[in-house]
Design a protein around this ligand. Sequence first.
Ligand SMILES: O=c1[nH]c(=O)c2nc[nH]c2[nH]1
Ligand SMILES: [Zn+2]
Length: 431
Amino acid sequence: MTATLYRATFLHTPESPFTHADALRAETDGGLLVQDGVIRARGAFADLRAAHPDATVTDLRGGLLLPGFIDTHVHLPQVRVIGGLGLPLLDWLDQCALPEEARMADVAYARGVARDFTRGLVGAGTTTALVFGSHFARAVDAFFEEAAQTGLRAVAGLVVSDRLLRDELHTTPERAYAEGKALIERWHGVGRALYAVTPRFSLSASEGILDACAALMREHPGVRFTSHINENTREIEVVRELFPGARDYLDTYERAGLIGRHSVLAHNVHPSDRELGVMAAARCAAAHCPCSNSALGSGFFPLRRHLDAGVHVALGSDVGGGTGFSLLKEGLQAHFMQNLMPGGVPLSPAHLLYLATRAGAEALDLPDVGAFEPGQQFDAVHLAPAPGTPLDAVFRHAPSPERALAAAFATGTPGDVAQVWIGGQTAFTRA
Ligand SMILES: O=c1[nH]c(=O)c2nc[nH]c2[nH]1
Ligand SMILES: [Zn+2]
């Protein structure tokens, strides 16, 4: 297949700006040579053109080309309930999320939701997502099918719970194990899909169901683990009452053997030092969801404490507790919250780009995505605002790519996403 040479202003962060100075790499008139979906060479456009005169040129000048966004925490069944603002977590679950999640029992309904959800993700520039699936196995199948159609890199699983939600959403340890095993055999490692073992949170999980989750993890090396932790103070109190023998919230997962390199825990707004130390030692990542934390009033994410402890952090939209699929908006909200909280971490455009891209790949242990390194997959988002919009004006007058990137986070929306590629194939084109 002939190679394609993408000509664009591009930026990426192959290394972490939290640990490397000058982590932001930018090329103003850059070239990315892509063949069979893989980036083969990267540099100044003129140099690549001279070296590869036969390549087909795709001209993307006038916008910004970024690595596809990686959302490390988002809920499939909640796309249609975005906007339940102002309730604390447990009330929001009862009144907004769980009634809709019960509707996923109807597979035709679930298929429609999966379509809305996948389109929402890819249309916002997200190319990889760690997805909280559904409590219903057939809805999880419908989602993986839809993800395969659009090309989305989906890491997802059956959500399991056996108490304190609603009867329709409860299962048993035996059934959780059997359905999880069947889904892993059907989907894990098939195409771009990976499986994530997903107890909803310790509040709705008995020790028996956490043990069933651990059995799946032990028996299927390579599957990922995800759940929620330390989101809301009332939630933490209930978990403490439910697990009187546990040292803290993390220990409820840790004792079951669920915390390791392939674990991603959402929120962690109220961690103890012990929990941070264990997460760092285990290389378990935190998915920070700033819009959700704001909408549900959960609190300020202690990013400084995570970084000081050595806990890896990535971004999640947490739709529908969150307010939409855009990781540009999550980056901006993270920036705002760190700015406002005492002891917050000042976040530069490089930090925001890293959190929205390569940090997610690290969290998910996916070395082939998240930046524009030769050998990586060409997963990319082209931000090209409509002429006459404020972002277009900033782009046309920006003194540097970094300033344009800052503006993309400050005011960019899914409406500015012109095209998205996953593995070199177009996954979305703006109408
Ligand atoms: O933000 C959240 N959204 C959810 O759906 C959920 N379930 C448990 N804990 C949760 N937190
Ligand atoms: Zn969540």
